[in-house]
Design a protein around this ligand. Structure first.
Ligand code: ZN
Length: 248
């Protein structure tokens, strides 16, 4: 009997020892697996950051586009009418579209009056938010919270700028160019648009507009760099910008 009991005790003790060993092994296995999981996760995070285009990452943490002073703008708003100022609400602005008037030597006012005349002639549907003239003057035809008929399917989410030009090449003179740079820079700050959101009519429909910037890709690249440089050079603090930029 005693012998039997002792044997029983021995068996219990032995199986306890075995169980302890098993749970210890399980613990080691868990620690090992957790270590592996952390390693794999770290590997993926590092590699995803390496392979993703930088824009995808910077988009989330991108700094707001700095604001510049509003340029001098002459408001000569069109009379509301279905052909050039339909008064459709422009709910969001995701870009700025640059155009050329395709009528050499004409002034900003001439082009503004052409848009105005459409209310009577009904010849076509056309207008733009702004026109930049040969002397660098800027005329506004359509308020910024209204759609202009200028950029086809992007009418509903962009602001349009028509530019005058002295000749058939469509190249802007220096006055027009400088005002266009300033106006575009101001709009980028106002709507927090990066340079990739500054586009040509050509980028929407493939139309040869603005002619010079379509036929001279390097001039188009330079223009966007000039806008960026203008913003860096003339940035003003946010408070000053918001008090001065409320005008349409
Ligand atoms: Zn155009």
């Amino acid at each position: 009997m005693i012998f039997r009991l002792q044997r029983k005790h021995l068996t219990i003790a032995l199986s306890k020892k075995k169980r302890n060993k098993e749970s210890q092994a399980l613990l080691y296995l868990l620690i090992f697996l957790a270590g592996m999981a952390v390693g794999v996760l770290a590997f993926f995070i590092v590699n995803i950051q390496k392979t993703l285009p930088s824009t995808v990452l910077t988009k989330e943490v991108r700094e707001p586009v700095k604001r510049v002073q509003r340029p001098e703008i002459k408001q000569m708003l069109l009379t509301p009418n279905e052909f050039s100022r339909p008064q459709l609400e422009l709910r969001q602005v995701n870009g700025v579209v640059v155009h050329y008037v395709a009528n050499p030597g004409t002034s900003a006012k001439d082009n503004r009056n052409y848009f105005e005349g459409l209310k009577d002639s009904g010849a076509t549907y056309a207008s733009s938010n702004y026109i930049v003239g040969l002397k660098g003057e800027i005329i506004q035809c359509v308020p910024l919270d209204e759609m202009a008929y200028c950029s086809n399917e992007r009418n509903e989410d962009t602001v349009s700028i028509e530019c005058c030009h002295p000749d058939e090449t469509g190249q802007f003179n220096d006055n027009t160019y400088q005002s266009l740079v300033h106006l575009t820079a101001w709009l980028c700050g106002r709507y927090n648009l990066t340079m990739d959101k500054v586009i040509r009519h050509y980028d929407v429909t493939g139309k040869n507009c603005p002619k010079y910037f379509v036929e001279h890709e390097e001039a188009w690249t330079k223009f966007r760099l000039d806008v960026e440089a203008y913003i860096s050079k003339h940035a003003i603090d946010n408070e000053a910008a918001t008090t001065k930029q409320e005008q349409q």
